[in-house]
Design a binder for this molecule. Structure first.
Ligand code: THU
Length: 135
C-alpha cells in the first residue's frame, strides 16, 4: 500500500458522489467507483442491483462500462472505490478481471466515506490474470 497521489482525493470525491446514486434496495450496500483515464477524464458509476439478484452489477464494472461507452477503452490511470463502512472495500474477482482487460497496470484507491484510505495496484490484486490469446 502506497501514498495517495495527486488528484486521488478528487477521484474519491467523485466516487463518493456516484455512490449516492447506487441502486441497492436488496443489500443496502452502496458502492461508488470512479475511473480516471490518462487523458484526465473521469467516469463514475455505482452498483445497480436487480430483483433477480444474480443480474446485479458492481459499481466497478459499471464504471468500466461507462468509460468504454464514452469511447475510452484503455490505459486507465486509476480507479477509486468508496463504501460507507468501518473497513475498506475490496473489489470482487469479476471486477478485477474486467478492469484487467483495459488497464492491467492501473492503481486502485480504496476509500470509505469516513476517511479511511489505501492504495494498491491491479497487478497486486490480480496476479496471473487470464488473458485471451488470439491467433
Ligand atoms: N458490490 C460492488 O458494487 N462492488 C464490489 O466490489 C463488491 C460488491 C455490490 C454488489 C451488490 O450490489 C452489493 O455490493 C452487495 O454485494
Amino acid at each position: 500500500m502506497s501514498e495517495l497521489g495527486p488528484g486521488d482525493e478528487q477521484l474519491v470525491k467523485v466516487a463518493s458522489l456516484a455512490r449516492q446514486r447506487a441502486y441497492a434496495p436488496y443489500s443496502g450496500y452502496k458502492v461508488g467507483a470512479a475511473i480516471r483515464t490518462r487523458r484526465n477524464r473521469i467516469h463514475s458509476a455505482a452498483n445497480v442491483e436487480n430483483g433477480s439478484y444474480g443480474l446485479t452489477v458492481c459499481a466497478e464494472r459499471c464504471a468500466v462500462f461507462t468509460a468504454v461507452a464514452a469511447g475510452e477503452i484503455a490505459d486507465y490511470d486509476a480507479i477509486a472505490i468508496v463504501i460507507d463502512d468501518l473497513v475498506l472495500p475490496s473489489p470482487c474477482g469479476a471486477c478485477r478481471q474486467v478492469l484487467h482487460e483495459f488497464a492491467p497496470g492501473m492503481r486502485v484507491i480504496l476509500a470509505t466515506t469516513g476517511g479511511l484510505r489505501a492504495t494498491t495496484t491491479l497487478r497486486e490484486l490480480l496476479p496471473d490474470a487470464f488473458v485471451l490469446k488470439r491467433e
